[in-house]
Design a protein around this ligand. Structure first.
Ligand code: PNW
Length: 483
């Protein structure tokens, strides 16, 4: 692979920062918002590190002006944020009332962003399902109800914001909703076969049902957008999938080499193959048999071809070691182990604060190529990329703000992306760094920070830019072609 020095990105390349509603907004009872499954989950003792919740978070609901100033100070061209479903429809369902105040809030925010010259990229769903829908009919587990309610919610948003928002993302990281929500129980709604963690759940079947239903809901929302709004509004819509790169634990063992593709298939192709190829990957069908739902013709018709762009969340790489023997029925990964070191004890990358995250910029470039080859060189929007920093939460403030580790991460990852564009023909067109500011990092609470802006949770959620806040503008400036 060539050197990074001569690589560039196209002049219309869009870059900015990403966040999600429950992680930053707080104000969980303001203006008629209804509870989501995360409000409930956070109240269950032992689920969140430090016992935190999104009750206050960064208080962004009340500080949209400050957040826009931050974006401007960073030189951000775009902002990816998510809408809280239960602010817009507090109970969530298609026959439940729409909350005008919730809609108004986002309408003003979108207008303010546009006035500031920042392009909004809107995620419809970033994990915060209205709790009422979970209670009423089991949320994602109920295909008919969930698809109908999500479709209604999507239509309300397209109708209200469609003239202003041109980039829509249906679901953020369905893999996390399925696996963490319905297999390990680490995330809301916390269902799992492990009865020490939850009284309900079946990790052998539910993740696959939930994934199937989310795909159909995505397809249904895309159809609504294309049939009713696209010609009027001229925007585009896709789904965001997470997935990290895989290297063999033993590079001489064919079983480990083969397991690498299988790992990516179980993480990404689970969703992307139905969207781009109209079927589930063979490796999954082989391992899961009839636990993987079969496609009804009318459902796969909705899903197949439903991406205008591929939304890519990407953080790191892993070493993969094939397991021998029959797969455990609880297995969600493809009968393999994910490791941080290879056979020779070599680490995949430097240690961060997140146990699962070790940076590997070359892995990013390799995954961009892998996806492009498998899915026919789709337009790719990187919708999240970023890192935590080991021990950051415990550093003295001055040291914390000088986050050279994060700056280097962005330099390396953006460089790898420019190489993929310039040298490998990858059609990558946007990049949103995770995250604009430190925020509620789900089960890891507030102890893990991903922001380019420090948030002082003890002092009125004061925001202070870290070194990395200013770094991205100059990094992108050095790659993007001038017109
Ligand atoms: C993504 N893992 O989540 C989410 O989209 C963000 O909301 C989140 O804050 C960000 O990445 C950083 O974690 C993930 O354990 C959470 O592999 C956990 C994992 C992957 C992605």
């Amino acid at each position: 692979m060539g050197s990074i020095t001569q690589s560039t990105l196209p002049s219309d390349f869009l870059w900015g920062f990403a966040t999600a509603a429950y992680q930053i907004e707080g104000a969980v009872e303001a203006d008629g918002r209804g509870p989501s499954i995360w409000d409930k989950f956070c109240k269950t003792p032992g689920k969140i590190a430090g016992g935190g919740s999104g009750d206050v978070a960064c208080d962004s609901y009340n500080r949209t002006d400050e957040d826009i100033s931050l974006l401007k100070a960073c030189g951000s061209q775009a902002y990816r944020f998510s809408i809280s479903w239960s602010r817009v429809i507090p109970l969530g369902g298609r026959n439940d009332p729409v909350n005008k105040k919730g809609l108004q809030h986002y309408l003003k925010f979108i207008d303010d962003l546009l006035d500031a010259g920042i392009t909004p990229m809107v995620t419809l769903f970033h994990w915060d399902l209205p709790e009422e829908l979970n209670k009423r009919y089991g949320g994602f587990l109920n295909k008919e109800e969930f698809v109908a309610d999500f479709s209604n919610y999507a239509r309300v948003l397209f109708e209200a914001f469609g003239s202003k928002v041109k980039h829509w993302i249906t679901f953020n990281e369905p893999w996390c909703s399925c696996v963490f929500g319905y297999n390990t129980g680490m995330f809301a709604p916390g269902r799992t076969s492990d009865r020490t963690k939850s009284e309900v759940g079946d990790g052998t079947t539910e993740p696959w049902i939930v994934g199937h239903n989310i795909l159909i809901a995505h397809g249904a929302a895309v159809k609504i957008y294309r049939d009713e709004f696209k010609s009027r509004d001229g925007g585009e819509i896709g789904i965001t999938l997470n997935g990290d790169w895989a290297e063999p634990w033993d590079s001489e063992n064919p079983a480990d080499i083969e397991a690498c593709d299988r790992k990516i298939e179980f993480a990404i192709s689970w969703f992307a193959d139905p969207i781009y190829h109209g079927k589930y990957p063979d490796s999954m069908i082989k391992q899961l048999g009839d636990r993987l739902p079969a496609w009804e013709p009318e459902d796969i018709t909705l899903v197949h071809g439903s991406n205008d762009f591929y939304g890519m969340n990407h953080y790191c790489a892993n070493f993969i070691r094939a397991k021998t023997g029959e797969p455990d029925p609880e297995d969600i990964a493809g009968n393999l182990e994910l490791l941080l070191e290879d056979k020779n004890g070599q680490s995949v990358g430097p240690i961060t604060q997140s146990p699962w995250l070790r940076p590997s910029p070359l892995g990013f470039r390799k995954l961009l190529i892998w996806l492009s080859e498998r899915y026919g060189y789709p337009k790719i929007y990187v919708t999240e990329n970023g890192t935590s920093v080991l021990g950051e939460n415990d550093m003295p403030l001055q040291e914390l703000l000088d986050d050279e580790f994060r700056v280097q991460y962005f330099r390396d990852y953006v460089g790898a992306m420019a190489d993929a564009y310039t040298l490998d023909g990858v059609n990558v067109r946007a990049y949103m760094a995770w995250s604009l500011m430190d925020n509620f990092e789900w089960a890891e609470g507030y102890e893990t920070r991903f922001g380019v802006t420090y948030v002082d949770y003890e002092n009125d959620q004061k925001r202070l830019p870290k070194k990395s806040a200013k770094a991205l503008a100059s990094i992108f400036d050095s790659y993007i072609d001038k017109v």
